[in-house]
Design a protein around this ligand. Structure first.
Ligand code: ZN
Length: 283
């Protein structure tokens, strides 16, 4: 029985145990980190994802785009594998390809909900104390806690280091959950040079970064898409939902004119990840 769910940054913790067993939190827990290639595909009655999808945002999948191929069970002409997961005809489609974990909820052919996990960088079973250890080592996550203490943790951890902001924002021990898109966009929105260090940026700029991250993350969770531009007309907003290349200020726009100043957007590798920014706007 799934008793509790917790997400910290890019890590997902699922508490499984006896329904009438000891207090939730004891586990066993399943820890999943999708990494660059992992994805959950959802099938069947999947209300949260379907709701997002109806708004024009996400699809029946979370994670690597190449795995965006989930369909609703009702759309199957014939089951992919009549054997399902139990080897008997339970009405479930069989797993396709390398499925690492399958979660099943509901009952009866009309009521199944499936989540198939493929290609995660981490997938392991932990007890409660191990979860506390792993989660405790992660930087704060505004979706988990956006209070003053979390902000202070981030400002302190980032502010004492002579490390470029472009690197600090991707360090999951400093702040949780920021990936390549948000790294580039947060720094552009703040007009901060990615190579300025955390120490040089100072506490006010760092606190502003944290608050902006909190806003963008909440928006992303609510809409299912990473839209980081502001001040769009209703028509532009609809266009950005439809076309991912219209969603961002600088991300994946190297060589194209900056949307503010018109100078070409720059791209360089930082720790083997592509860093995008505008040399004119971000000082
Ligand atoms: Zn610019």
């Amino acid at each position: 029985v799934l008793r509790a769910v917790r997400a910290v940054g890019k890590q997902l913790f699922l508490d499984f145990g006896e329904a009438d067993g000891p207090t939730a939190g004891d586990g066993p827990w399943l820890r999943v980190h999708l990494g660059l290639y992992g994805a959950w595909d959802f099938y069947g009655r999947v209300s949260p994802i379907s709701a997002v999808s109806a708004g024009g945002g996400a699809y029946g999948s979370i994670g690597a785009p190449r795995l965006r191929r989930a369909v609703r069970i009702a759309e199957y002409e014939t089951p992919l594998d009549p054997g399902g997961i139990t080897g008997e005809d339970d009405g479930l489609p069989g797993p396709v390809g390398q499925v690492r974990v399958r979660l099943v909820a509901g009952e009866g052919a009309a009521g199944w909900s499936l989540a198939d996990l493929r290609g995660p960088s981490a997938c392991e079973v932990l007890d409660g104390s191990a979860v506390d250890r792993v989660a405790g080592a992660l930087g704060p996550d505004p979706a988990d806690d956006d209070g003053p203490e979390a902000l202070e943790r981030f400002v302190t951890a980032a502010g004492r280091r002579a490390v470029p902001l472009g690197r600090l924002l991707m360090n999951q021990n400093v702040v949780s959950g920021i990936g390549n898109v948000f790294r580039a966009e947060l720094l552009f929105r703040a007009r901060l040079d990615p190579y300025r260090t955390g120490r040089a940026a100072g506490p006010e700029a760092l606190a502003a970064l944290w608050r902006d991250w909190s806003v963008l993350l909440r928006r992303g969770i609510d809409t299912g898409i990473m839209l980081t531009r502001d001040g769009l007309t209703q028509q532009e907003q609809a266009g950005a939902v439809e076309h991912p290349e219209e969603r961002h200020w600088v991300y994946r726009r190297q060589g194209e004119p900056c949307r503010l100043c018109g100078n070409p957007v720059s791209m360089e590798l930082l720790d083997a990840r592509k860093l995008y920014w505008c040399r004119s706007c971000q000082l």
